[in-house]
Design a protein around this ligand. Structure first.
Ligand SMILES: [Zn+2]
Length: 118
């Protein structure tokens, strides 16, 4: 079933982007304390702190944008295009269906099967 494979591939990309975003979010402070701060103390230059902060912000913006602009595998439109989708359904934690065609999150199309949400 090529259609099912397309759905699985889309959901896999979506899930990976969400995971990367969560890891980035959770790792900011530990990486800052255990990696960046010792480098800063050793070299005594502020530049490493600025580079780390800027890189973190860029990655957060890139991955949150990837998640929010995820296109529905069935209709091809943004899964959560509306602004409430950006804030309330942000990252798909609360948004459980496409705002256009109503495709449930992790659905494999018209079948009752669903991509494993693990
Ligand atoms: Zn849709």
């Amino acid at each position: 079933m090529p259609d099912t494979k397309r759905y699985i591939k889309a959901w896999k990309v979506y899930k990976n982007n969400k995971r990367i975003f969560i890891v980035l979010l959770l790792c900011f402070y530990p990486v800052l304390e255990w990696v960046v701060r010792p480098i800063y103390i050793y070299y005594g230059k502020d530049l490493i702190l600025h580079i780390y902060g800027l890189a973190w912000i860029i990655f957060i913006v890139v991955y949150s944008t990837k998640i929010v602009t995820f296109t529905c595998p069935r209709c091809g439109k943004y899964f959560s295009e509306k602004w409430h989708g950006y804030f309330i359904g942000y990252l798909g934690f609360r948004l459980n269906k496409c705002v256009y065609c109503g495709l449930p999150q992790w659905s494999l199309g018209d079948q009752n099967d669903a991509y494993e949400n693990s």
